[in-house]
Write a protein that binds this ligand. Structure first.
Ligand code: G3P
Length: 217
C-alpha cells in the first residue's frame, strides 16, 4: 500500500520523506491556502522533493477551464497528477486529460456510483473521503470496501486513493480492505509506529543491556 503525504508544507514533506515512507503527495486548494504559498511554486518544489505522484487540484468548475488549468499544472513536472472534482465537468476533464497522457486524481468522491463513473472516465486515482463521511455518521470505510469490490468486479485499473484519513485505524482498515494508496497528514502517518508495549519493551532492553556493562562499538 502506498502512503501519500496530504500536505503542502515543505518542511513536513522533507521530514517524513527521510523515513522513506512518502510515495507521493496530495494537495488541494485548502492545503495550498494553509501553506500561504503560490500554488505553482510550492507544487514545483514538492515535485522536486518526491519521485511519486504529486496531486495538484484545478480551481475552475467548468470542463474547458479545468482542462486548461490541468494542462498548465501538468507542465510543472512529470510526476504531476491533476486533481479534478467528481462532477460531470470534472469527469469530462478527466477523460480529456487522461487521453492526453496525464495522471488524473478524481477527488471529492462520496459514493460508489461516483467512483464507478470516475473509473469509466479513465481516472488514474479515485479519492473517496473517509473522514468526511464519518463526520456525518456514515461509514467511510464501507465506501472503500464497496469501491474495491466494484473495481475488482470489472478489473478497473483506477487506483483507490483513500483520502481524508484521520486516524491510524483508518489506515490499517484501508490496508485490510485493499486500498491501493492512503493519503494522510504526516502527523497521522507518524503515529503508525507508536505502541506503548514497544516503548516499554525497548526501555527494559536498554536497562538490562546497561547492566551488562558491555558495548558493541
Ligand atoms: O486529500 C483530501 C484531504 O485533504 C481532506 O481531508 O481531513 O479535510 O477531510 P479532510
Amino acid at each position: 500500500m502506498k502512503f501519500f503525504a496530504d500536505t503542502a508544507e515543505i518542511d513536513e514533506i522533507v521530514a517524513l520523506a527521510e523515513t522513506g515512507m512518502v510515495d507521493g503527495v496530495t494537495t488541494n486548494p485548502s492545503l495550498i491556502m494553509k501553506s500561504g504559498r503560490d500554488i505553482l511554486e510550492v507544487t514545483k518544489e514538492i515535485c522536486q522533493l518526491v519521485d511519486g505522484p504529486v496531486s495538484a487540484e484545478v480551481v475552475s468548475t467548468d470542463a474547458e477551464a479545468m482542462i486548461a488549468e490541468g494542462r498548465k499544472l501538468a507542465k510543472i513536472a512529470e510526476n504531476i497528477a491533476i486533481k479534478v472534482p467528481l462532477t460531470w465537468d470534472g469527469l469530462k476533464a478527466c477523460k480529456t486529460l487522461t487521453t492526453e497522457g496525464n495522471m488524473v486524481n478524481v477527488t471529492l468522491c462520496f459514493s460508489a456510483n461516483q467512483a464507478l463513473l470516475a473509473a469509466k472516465a479513465g481516472a488514474t486515482f479515485i479519492s473517496p473521503f473517509v473522514g468526511r463521511l464519518d463526520d456525518i455518521n456514515l461509514d467511510g470505510l464501507e465506501l472503500i470496501a464497496d469501491i474495491r469490490t466494484i473495481y475488482d468486479n470489472y478489473d478497473f485499473q483506477t487506483q483507490i486513493l483513500a483520502a481524508s484519513a484521520r486516524t491510524v485505524n483508518h489506515i490499517s482498515q484501508c490496508a485490510l480492505i485493499g486500498a491501493d494508496v492512503v493519503t494522510a497528514p504526516p502527523s497521522v502517518i507518524r503515529k503508525l509506529a507508536d505502541h506503548v508495549l514497544t516503548d516499554k519493551g525497548l526501555d527494559t532492553f536498554m536497562k538490562d543491556w546497561a547492566k551488562t556493562g558491555q558495548k558493541i562499538l
